[in-house]
Design a protein around this ligand. Structure first.
Ligand code: 13P
Length: 342
């Protein structure tokens, strides 16, 4: 394993004013997103939509990496250039989602575990040839008074660490994504407790599997109240709870933490990231974004599955990327006219 390749890729993914676009929705998830705007999820529509995101003029000013779904790696823009090449040409490092989704964790009712380790090393060789330089794997944790179980916390950490080490052997930077879900009626305090417990287990497992921490990207949830709790925390409260947990659980050797948006509105996810970056206190890592919905919701709504709306969709995407670029630097000043789908 050549550590220099891993370090260089992380360096390319850590830049002021920039973050990562998650455009790696699985076939089921992208169908749900397209259903919401009345578009059909055909291969051509998925190509057209993801191609419009990647060909947005100037996008390299705010986006340094893109997570693609396997199908997209083999697709091209309207000029016949492969989409990973389109991304590289725009200064955006192409990456690939490599997990195969979640299944119930046997022996732990209500908990999940992610599949896809078998054959991963071989698959990575193919993805590299198609242009991918980093990978993503997501473990998911349901939250209740009793969930996640300690079994789920340790089983998920083990899988994530095995994935990360397999990627590093292939000189592919692993995005390590433990997502404590926002779904449910839990308090911000419960999310804080679970997130800290999960991160301690993840870093203990990464250490056991000899993962080089300088060669990963951590993609966690922010610490938030559950979506059905009826509670709303201010960006300052979210920043305080989130940073408290990360200072306790994430070693300073990790160069960058790129949050997922996780069902927050586009504006909330930008405001919370900005508060995290303006908060006082020690922050030894870059604190940026790796948003799916947070970056795409307004663009998806503007597109509506119609070719004639492509320019409007690109404008909406560019604007969200710009605002998140400001939030990554702690320079976001809020929005007077919220965009659609907020
Ligand atoms: P969201 O930002 O929409 O949560 O998506 C990010 C992601 O990649 C989830 O795996």
């Amino acid at each position: 394993m050549d550590e220099r390749v891993l370090r260089q890729t992380v360096t390319d993914l850590v830049a002021p004013s920039k973050g990562i676009l998650a455009a790696d929705e699985s076939s089921r998830t992208i169908k749900r997103r397209f259903d919401s705007i009345g578009a059909e999820s055909t291969e051509e529509n998925r190509r057209a939509y993801r191609s419009l995101l990647l060909t947005t003029p100037g996008i390299g000013d705010y986006i340094c990496g893109v997570i693609l779904f396997e199908e997209t790696l083999g697709q091209s823009d309207s000029n016949g250039t492969s989409l990973p090449q389109v991304a590289e040409a725009a200064g955006v490092v192409p990456g690939i989602k490599v997990d195969k989704g979640t299944v119930p964790l046997p022996g732990a009712p209500g908990d999940l575990v992610t599949e896809g380790l078998d054959g991963l090393a071989e698959r990575l060789e193919g993805y590299k040839q198609q242009g991918a330089r980093f990978a993503k794997w997501r473990e998911v944790y349901n939250v209740s008074e009793t969930l996640p179980s300690q079994l789920a916390v340790s089983a998920n950490a083990e899988v994530l660490a095995r994935y990360a080490r397999i990627c590093q052997e292939a000189e592919v930077v692993p995005i390590v994504e433990p997502e404590v879900l926002m779904d449910g009626g839990h308090s911000i305090g419960r999310c804080k407790e679970v997130t800290e417990n999960v991160l301690h287990a993840v870093f203990e497992a990464l250490d056991r599997h000899r993962v080089m921490l300088e060669g990963i990207v951590l993609k966690p949830n922010m610490v938030l109240p559950g979506g059905d709790s009826g509670q709303k925390s201010t960006p300052e409260e979210v920043a305080d709870a989130t940073l408290t947990v990360f200072r306790r659980a994430v070693p300073a050797a990790v160069r960058t933490i790129n949050f997922l948006s996780g069902g927050q509105s586009a504006v909330e996810s930008t405001a919370n990231l900005n508060a995290i970056n303006t908060a006082k206190g020690e922050k030894p890592w870059a604190l940026s974004f790796s948003y799916g919905r947070g970056l795409q919701a307004p663009a998806l709504a503007a597109w509506g599955g119609q070719v004639e709306n492509e320019k409007a969709a690109q404008a909406a995407f560019f604007e969200r990327a710009r605002l998140n670029g400001l939030a990554r630097d702690g320079q976001y000043e809020g929005e007077t006219t919220p965009t659609t789908a907020d």
